[in-house]
Ligand binder design. Structure first.
Ligand code: AMP
Length: 211
């Protein structure tokens, strides 16, 4: 048999919503992803295997063709670019918003602002488009801490319920983008395995309709 196609999944919150979607499309890992330390999983479909990795690594695997397809948040695609990738399907899962946020009642003086975020490219583009000079400070987590410690004035972060912001004395300000998880496909793989991949896209599109 031919080598199976490989789909790279984003671990964590997105994985929790991806697995039921895959199951609706008849794709289930042959062992429990949560209790296994493995990184590669065979599935109920002999022609498809799954790898489970960090979201930021998913476009890298797919871009280089190490994985043929992937599931990744739109935030990652906006931040790191979607070059070399097709994005044929909005899976409609892990919906959230990418927003600016600041301490409750914060009023900027206008022309210059310090912004802490892990989405440095998105933040630079957003503030530049507003004509505001942003000193962007790259962080890898706990963005809400930065204004409290006077490392930054504002943050750019993912907001779902807003509870994390509220718990830290902050409020959402401007919406930068609505986010959901996307199916991405390696461009060369789309050509060389068109029927198999298009078949998967169609099945996932049908499964998405019910979510
Ligand atoms: P919340 O308190 O519900 O607004 O959730 C905010 C935090 O949860 C953010 O700091 C994110 O890191 C994380 N989060 C919420 N939704 C998502 C999502 N769809 N994808 C990735 N991270 C998320």
């Amino acid at each position: 048999m031919n080598k199976p196609l490989t789909m790279a999944l984003t671990k964590g919150r997105i994985l929790e919503e991806t697995l039921p979607l895959l199951a609706r499309a008849g794709i289930e890992p042959l062992e429990d992803i949560h209790s296994s330390r493995k990184l590669i999983f065979a599935t109920t479909r002999a022609d498809l295997q799954l790898v489970v990795i960090r979201g930021t690594d998913v476009p890298t695997y797919v871009r280089h063709g190490a994985a043929d397809l992937g599931v990744v948040g739109k935030d990652i695609l906006l931040e790191h670019g979607a070059e070399g990738l097709y994005e044929p399907l909005d899976l409609g899962i892990a919906r959230c918003r990418l927003m600016t946020a600041g301490p409750v009642g914060w009023q900027g003086s206008g022309a210059r602002v310090r912004v802490a975020t892990k989405f440095a490219n998105i933040a630079r583009r957003f503030f530049a488009a507003q004509g505001i000079h942003a000193d962007v400070i790259k962080l890898y987590g706990a963005m809400e801490l930065a204004p409290m410690m006077d490392l930054a004035d504002l943050i750019v972060d993912i907001v779902d319920t807003g509870n994390t912001l509220r718990a830290n004395g902050m409020e959402p300000l401007d919406e930068i983008a609505r986010i959901s998880s996307r199916l991405i496909v390696n461009k060369a793989a789309m050509r060389s395995h068109y029927r198999a991949i298009q078949g998967l896209v169609d099945q996932l599109a049908a499964a998405t309709g019910g979510s």
